[in-house]
Design a protein around this ligand. Structure first.
Ligand code: TRP
Length: 448
């Protein structure tokens, strides 16, 4: 059996997990959901969803990972529940399939970093996006993005993932703060803050029934739950680490990045007096905002910095996605990590060719993963931790932590009863919106 790897420090784990969680969901989805759902009023609902539903669900993955100290596929058999292997396998498959199209979006970010330096998209941002988002340019960029991801994961948990996320995650924070300060000085920025944050409780009340499940869905999405990423990352943790404390830190940092991103995005859009796009997806990230960079003083530099932030966010998520299937093959078959990583990465690259050739196909991949696989996997894990292996779960949660049995008991009942209801509601809403929008490009996340 391959030797078990582990993080060199608690902070290494937190940075890696935050790196996975912080992504396009924070920088695009969240600000736009907030702006169109009642501003600061929505933030309150979102915070409730993240802390009351997302956080307990994250602990579910942590408990499985740290207890088994194994990859998500073999974890269940190791814990004595071999029949549940299917739940882990489904999670690993989800990661694998997601990376295929996530890497295409990562490729777009690379293209825009170069484009910021050369000013390629400054003229007609929408036309530029149309010409690079699919086809040969997109395919080449997808290949480069996959190559970087493979390079990092091949170097291992500490030498690759921990070392790079320790640089990328603080950089995201520092660069976003720098951008937020810079946009503050822009004339017209005030209107952006107003649009983003002014609380509209009327809007919230009128659409409460759809806003709440949307906030819950965003909570799962933004915390990268349902992909077994948090299972594998927590399997590399020491037994004296506190799962609730680490999980709390991850959730808080992830939320701060999301709120901060809105303080960058909206002032920029308003400073140029441009139209604010209805829904925020990558399409708008790469058209509306790119268009604004073309018109701003020092837009090339700001655009470059902004897309670097997106690159760090996308890369630190991509490596977590690749680590899930790689860890399984490395541990299960005892193969050499670098060989497994390259092989797996090439297969994922091939699977990413169709979405690189057409954004419609990318939308389908996206919908299947986030509307169906994600809720299904989370639900299975919750039933396992809450009902099937409850004793072991409660014991593992308190391990290394100062929380008492009343906390673990409350968590267990919460996970058994409340979290599944929230998931089923979100799932049904997802199906409904798929049907309404005809199924194609229904997800607001990657395409707008
Ligand atoms: N959390 C990421 C974001 O906010 C998106 C995401 C969801 C993800 N599930 C994931 C990233 C799994 C990596 C792995 O954008």
């Amino acid at each position: 059996m391959a030797e078990q790897e582990s993080w060199t420090s608690r902070i290494g784990f937190i940075f890696a997990a935050v790196g996975s969680a912080v992504g396009l969901g924070n920088i695009w989805s969240f600000p736009f959901q907030t702006a169109s759902n009642g501003g600061a009023a929505f933030i309150v609902v979102y915070l409730v969803a993240v802390f009351l539903i997302g956080f307990p669900a994250m602990l579910v993955e942590f408990v499985i990972g740290r207890r088994s100290e194994r990859n998500p596929v073999d974890a269940f058999a190791d814990l004595g529940y071999g029949g549940w292997t299917i739940a882990g396998a489904l999670g690993a498959f989800t990661s694998f399939a997601t990376l295929a199209f996530y890497s295409v979006v990562g490729g777009w970010v690379l293209i825009y970093i170069v484009g910021s330096a050369t000013g390629a998209y400054f003229g007609d941002a929408a036309a530029y996006f149309g010409s690079v988002a699919s086809g040969p340019t997109a395919l080449a960029a997808h290949a480069v993005f996959m190559a970087i991801t493979i390079g990092i994961v091949a170097l291992g948990v500490t030498g690759g993932i921990e070392r790079t996320t320790k640089v990328m995650v603080p950089s995201i924070f520092v660069l976003l703060i720098g951008l937020a300060i810079w946009v503050f000085t822009l004339p017209g920025a005030d209107a952006g803050y107003g649009y983003y944050l002014s609380p509209d409780f009327g809007e919230l009340a009128a659409n409460f029934a759809t806003i709440v499940p949307a906030a819950v869905g965003q909570a799962f999405f933004t915390l990268s739950l349902g992909f077994s990423v948090m299972i594998i990352y927590s399997s590399y943790l020491g037994r004296d680490d506190s799962l609730p404390a680490d999980g709390g830190a991850i959730v808080i940092i992830n939320t701060l990045v999301a709120i901060l991103a809105g303080l960058v995005v909206f002032p920029i859009l308003f400073a140029i007096g441009g139209e604010v796009p209805e829904a925020g997806g990558s399409g708008t990230a790469f058209t509306a905002l790119a268009g604004a960079f073309g018109q701003l003083p020092a837009g090339a530099i700001v655009g470059f910095v902004f897309f670097m932030v997106l690159l760090f966010a996308a890369l630190s998520s991509a490596i977590s996605l690749l680590e899930v299937p790689v860890s399984y093959v490395v541990q299960h078959y005892d193969y050499e990590r670098s060989a497994v990583t390259v092989t797996m990465g090439v297969v994922i690259f091939l699977l990413g060719i169709p979405p690189a050739m057409g954004t419609g196909i990318l939308g389908w991949y996206n919908d299947i993963v986030f509307q169906f696989l994600l809720p299904l996997v989370v639900l299975l894990l919750i039933v396992f931790v809450g009902w099937v292996a409850a004793d072991l779960s409660a014991d593992e949660l308190s391990q290394g932590s100062s929380v008492g049995s009343s906390f673990t008991g409350a968590w267990l009942w919460w996970v058994r009863l409340v979290v599944p209801i929230a998931i089923v509601l979100t799932f049904l809403l997802g199906i409904q919106s798929l049907l309404i929008k005809g199924g194609v490009l229904a997800s607001p996340v990657f395409l707008g």
